[in-house]
Design a protein around this ligand. Structure first.
Ligand code: AGP
Length: 608
């Protein structure tokens, strides 16, 4: 949700590092931003409502000078977006500065207790209690005071704390909220995400829950929850900063959409031995694989939609009953889980609180949990029995695109593996399927080359505030994702339905010009989709059909057609999702929306 950064150096100005880091972390939240920098005598704080750009514009050359500081970009939870609720938060005497990502669940009791002791609060946030708790406990050693504060806090936190009395020192800790640290030539760095420090170093420490780090200009020391020194594990990062830059595209979303052929290729690299699908990370023997009698796919948002597509593949190919569940519901529903259940947790960020809670619940109930995530060292990766990385690389745009493709491809591999292990495919069939899956990269490339048809289709949305997305089978699952993309970045209300459901209610909304987007590619149920489209067309709908190239008869029912290359029906969602992403973006741009940072959203949702 929020993004936090920190820097301690010898000569480099902290504000430059902090503002650069916050700009890179802005995808995590953009309601307000602020920095606190120690000049040796006092801690100077600047906070602004709105995006990081407003903060950057308001800090002059001579403001916030100093080589030690912390910063924050906020996605509001407790307390409305406002300057008063922006981080960093200060203690009563302005001696302790705190930035925080997460939620302090018992903040109300703590606040009451602290107010009883005379502390005066100046915001509505949960975070501010941390500053006052540290102030209350401070007796000359910031680490000890922070350890006391966290021992009183219930909830999730990534926390960085500075103290006026200890200039040049930042104490950092975490619980269920990511913190990455590293030492570069100019000093010590901290971020909620590797992108904040990748300029400075490729060797990072992913802090574990309830560990502490003390940053100084000379390096970083690590401690366990009892305060005993520990040796951290270093993770080497092999991707480059290009992922955090637009590379000539007008926005990250378009750049990331265009990366999808590479994502397909990279996700498949090394996954076929010539005879078998190889997912060694699953760490299950063939016998264990064969004992799996139920699969649960748990995820949220776009990742959930990737799961819906996989359900058809796993059930269709491997014949294993598969449920796809929204993670926030799964954990409160007492699902049927046994030791022969395979739970597949899908999360781009690997941080989503609901998905993590569902993983923990499933493991307690005895299931094997397999994670599919895009972020190395993320909690989903660490808390699963095995993990497959989607190779999308850093995804900055809040609307997921390339990570979705990586997820669908990874889940397709899993479905193939399960089917093969049960003898449903022979070697030759596996080889053919893998080869056709790999061909999807070329098919996406072809879609990306002809975007005129998508621009033309977007005109159907002019002046419209609502739309339907309809399809059948995997086309319906593809539509759920298409509708989410449109909603989240253009603010056009969009609902997706299995096309056969339209006549059971939704069709009442259709009037002249109502946009209906259909996935109507060649499949055994193509004719059924077309007749559902006719029902809408005859009521005046403006129909945009995503169809298979060469299908001229679709023009009889559709006002606009977006053609995609022919691929096997099982792989259609991988290709058909791309024009839907482009269509959503086209509509959003036409409406003047910020496609990378849609209102009210954040890239990773670390609160329940
Ligand atoms: C999709 O465009 C959204 N950003 C959102 O639905 C997202 O997929 C969801 O929050 C899940 O995130 P995760 O994959 O990081 O767990």
């Amino acid at each position: 949700m929020c993004g936090i950064v920190g820097f301690v150096g010898k000569s480099k100005q902290a504000k430059d590092v902090l503002l650069e880091g916050l700009t890179r972390l802005e995808y995590r939240g953009y309601d307000s931003a602020g920095i606190a920098v120690s000049d040796g005598d006092r801690i100077n704080v600047v906070r602004r409502l709105g995006k990081v750009r407003r903060l950057v514009e308001s800090i002059g050359e001579t403001d916030c000078l100093g080589t030690c500081g912390i910063g924050h970009t906020r996605w509001a939870t407790h307390g409305a977006p406002s300057e008063r609720n922006a981080h960093p938060h200060m203690s009563c005497a302005d001696e302790i500065a705190v930035v925080h990502n997460g939620i302090i669940e018992n903040f109300a009791e703590l606040r009451e207790e602290l107010e009883g002791k005379g502390h005066v609060f100046s915001s509505d946030t949960d975070t501010e209690v941390a500053a006052h708790l540290v102030e209350e406990a401070y007796d000359g050693d910031l680490l000890t005071a922070v350890r006391y504060a966290t021992s009183r806090m219930i909830g999730a936190y990534g926390l960085a704390v500075m103290c006026k009395e200890e200039p040049g020192r930042i104490v950092v800790t975490r619980k269920d909220s990511p913190i990455v640290l590293g030492v570069g030539e100019e000093g010590s760095y901290l971020g909620s995400d590797i992108v904040a420090l990748i300029d400075a170093t490729r060797d990072v420490v992913i802090l574990e829950d309830e560990q502490y780090a003390v940053m100084t200009a000379d390096g970083i020391d690590y401690f366990d929850r009892e305060g005993a020194p520990i040796e951290p594990e270093i993770t080497h990062i092999d991707w480059t900063l290009d992922a955090a830059e637009k590379g000539g595209y007008p926005d990250f979303m378009l750049k990331e959409i265009h990366e999808q052929p590479r994502v397909v290729r990279d996700t498949l690299a090394g996954r076929f031995s010539g005879t078998e699908i190889t997912i060694d990370e699953l760490s299950l023997t063939r016998t264990e694989l064969n004992f799996i009698d139920r699969v649960y796919i748990i995820a949220c948002g776009t990742s959930y939609h990737a799961g819906l597509i996989a359900k058809d593949l796993i059930e269709g190919w491997a014949r294993i009953p598969t449920e796809v569940e929204v993670a926030s519901e799964f954990r409160y529903r007492n699902p049927i889980i046994t030791p022969t259940t395979l739970v597949v947790a899908v999360s781009q960020s690997g941080e989503t609180a609901d998905t993590l809670a569902a993983i923990r619940d499933a493991r307690i109930k005895g299931a094997k949990v397999f994670g599919i995530t895009n972020v190395i060292g993320s909690r989903v990766a660490r808390e699963s029995d095995g993990v497959i990385y989607t190779k999308a690389n850093k995804e900055i745009s809040v609307a997921s695109t390339k990570s979705f493709t990586g997820q669908v491809v990874s889940l397709t591999l899993l479905a193939m593996l399960l089917a093969r292990s049960r003898g449903k495919f022979n070697q030759n069939q596996t080889r053919i399927l893998f080869s056709e899956l790999a061909d999807c990269a070329d098919a996406i490339e072809q879609v990306l080359q002809d975007t005129e048809q998508i621009k033309d289709a977007a005109s159907v949305f002019e002046g419209r505030e609502s739309a339907f997305f309809i399809g059948r089978g995997m086309g319906a699952a593809t539509c759920y994702e298409g509708a989410l993309k449109l909603k989240e970045i253009s603010y056009v209300h969009a609902e997706a339905y299995a096309a056969g459901e339209m006549k059971h209610g939704p069709i009442a909304l259709i009037d002249e010009g109502f946009p209906v987007v259909a996935v109507a590619t060649q499949s055994p149920i193509y004719d059924k989709v077309v007749s559902n489209l006719k029902e809408s067309e005859s009521r005046g709908a403006s129909i945009v059909a995503v169809a298979t190239e060469g299908d001229t008869s679709i023009c009889d029912v559709a006002d606009k057609v977006i053609y995609i290359p022919k691929v096997r029906d099982a792989f259609m969602p991988i290709v058909a999702s791309v024009p839907l992403q482009l269509l959503a973006r086209e509509v959003a741009v036409a409406r003047g929306c910020d496609v990378d940072q849609p209102r009210n959203l954040a890239k990773s949702v670390t609160v329940e």
